[in-house]
Design a binder for this molecule. Sequence first.
Ligand code: ZN
Length: 361
Amino acid sequence: MGGRCLVAPFAIAELPLSIHPFRPQIDAMTQSPDIQITASAPTRAPSAVPVDDAALPFEVAALDLRGRLTRLGPALDDILTKHDYPAPVCKLLGEAIVLATLLGSSLKFDGRFILQTQTDGPVSFLIVDFQLPDRLRAYARFDAARLKEGQDSGALLGKGHLAMTIDQGADMSRYQGLVALDGGNLEDAAHEYFLRSEQIPTRVRIAVGEEWRGGGEGPKHRWRAGGMLLQFLPKAPERARPADLDPGDAPEGAVTHEVAEDDAWVEGQSLISTVEDIELLDPDLSGERLLYRLFHERGVRVFSPLPLRAQCSCSRDAVSSMLKSFAAQDRAEMVKDGKVVVTCEFCSSVYEFTPHEAGVE
Ligand SMILES: [Zn+2]
């Protein structure tokens, strides 16, 4: 334990893995009080004003589709540039942040939504800590020697698992959903999770990019990201049944029960599959215009955007009490050059303590 000390992920990573399904997608849409387009104001033109750092819930009632569109600009750039990660790691962590906002922004309580991976790839651990309703922080652990040119996010992650935890506070139970990662990317993992655990037909699109803008002081580099979650939630649950999987080794001539995918969901998937990365990232294309572009033939209703921001929850007090939780000998070993220095791996804040303040006699 030297100068750098991981403040929070230790505690989170050691959670017992009890697996319970959770249903964040239901709450956002049915309980949102923020419907902008009501019977008294039935339609309006999509706003041309881009809103960064927000999740925009929407509904395509004609197709029983609900979803969220996330656009991240300054908040993402703030989180990523506080770390000195290589670009591929920034991109992967950005994807994880977008996925966390797509899933966590539907939760209606003051708690945390934590998305983390533990895998055998060059990026062995990453965590996004989304403190509801709006605060984001994130961290990645990687082996620089194993990073190679052209690795996609599946190759960066490798094999292992993705865990999503809902923590509603000290007195409440914690829920965790778990999905295997097997060389696929985070979009694949989200699809697998919703298919196996939630049985809700779901499509996710995520894009992370680097933006270069000219200006008075030369080109300025910024990270941007966008993502969309689309779910098929018909009132009649049998319509949401997935199409039959391959019957596998069923004996020849056996009667197979065939279920075709619902037409509305076929249409929804075909529409979201046309979304280009550039559309998710374009700082000049508003989220409402993008949704209108996709769904105008069926009609799309948007809800109030949920703002998001980059803010760590570390503090000198919290670090101090964490130090006091270590054994006396461990604390003594942290003293270097007459002081104890702790760096928050989420936000790179540095906290310095005298040996006395750190409880070293
Ligand atoms: Zn911090």
